[in-house]
Design a protein around this ligand. Sequence first.
Ligand code: 5AD
Length: 347
Amino acid sequence: TLRNLLQKLKISHSLSFDEWVTLINGRTPKLSEELFAMARDQRHRYYGHDVYVRGLIEFTNYCKNDCLYCGIRKSNRNAHRYRLTKDQILDCCKTGYQLGFRTFVLQGGEDGYFTDERIIDLIHAIKKDYPDCAVTLSIGEKSRASYQAFFDAGADRYLLRHETFDHAHYESLHPPGLTAASRQKCLWDLKSIGYQVGTGFMVGSPGQVAEHLAEDMQFIQQLNPQMIGIGPFIPHHDTPFADQAAGTLELTLFLLGLLRLMLPKVLLPATTALGTIHPKGRELGILAGANVVMPNLSPTDVRKDYLLYDNKICTGEEAAECRHDLEKRMQSIGYQVVTARGDSLNI
Ligand code: 5AD
């Protein structure tokens, strides 16, 4: 039965391909509630009721790629492009530090202006001013040598979602030249260099079926990352996927619960996309087993330009409002935001 599969997952942290498919396709509201209770149990055991926060700095929306789902894809002529200066980025960190952030995530499109040299200079500057903070990079596919150089400069963590494991499905979401194989090679490189690595995928991306998700689960189990970011696909009006259906809250929550049972010590954010498809999406994510939130630290005037999808939340709020709003939201469900680097126990 499906309940037995949940028990098996909880005990052995692994399922066969067919078992994943059965569980995903057979899920019911009742089974989901059981899963969420089990996932919370595991989460409380390792991380208590603490919620880690990451200050997200979206420092450039220039991108050389043309991913079919993404609002900042190269061919979107309507995107208003911006880059933050080094001083602006350091200002974000200063505000963030005062608000209790101890992790800064530098996220951007694949922007040729930001050479390795410029990225290394940024890492040095942040680490010099904030030696007690973790620096996370989320800047896409690079050579192993570049990843190594960023690591040597002091970067601690790297986020690179695999997006979807299945090669044909990957190709249907990306322009020619981008492959699942090169994406996955990057992740293995990052891991072997010694980064705390985050991967993940979109839920409900066009063409996705349960078999793809089963492959995603098996890939993540193999990679054994420290962090996993998943969120619903949400169409952006200026992309080829403008008219595709969004991923659902319900399936995203179910997968969060499964991920928590598969890798109990993983750091699992309740993502902004989840908060965008439902007003209580992030709270529900935490209650399904997530333990991280990533509020926006970018300057208010550029937030409306970093739109990967439509209706993104928190694009008008100040950093302080974002942070305090989340604090209240987490308290309302019995959890507390903590001031800590929040390194993964999954080592
Ligand atoms: N809907 C949801 N998530 C998206 N991302 C990019 N475009 C969209 C979209 N339209 C996600 C990708 C990427 C991350 C930064 O944002 O998974 O890795």
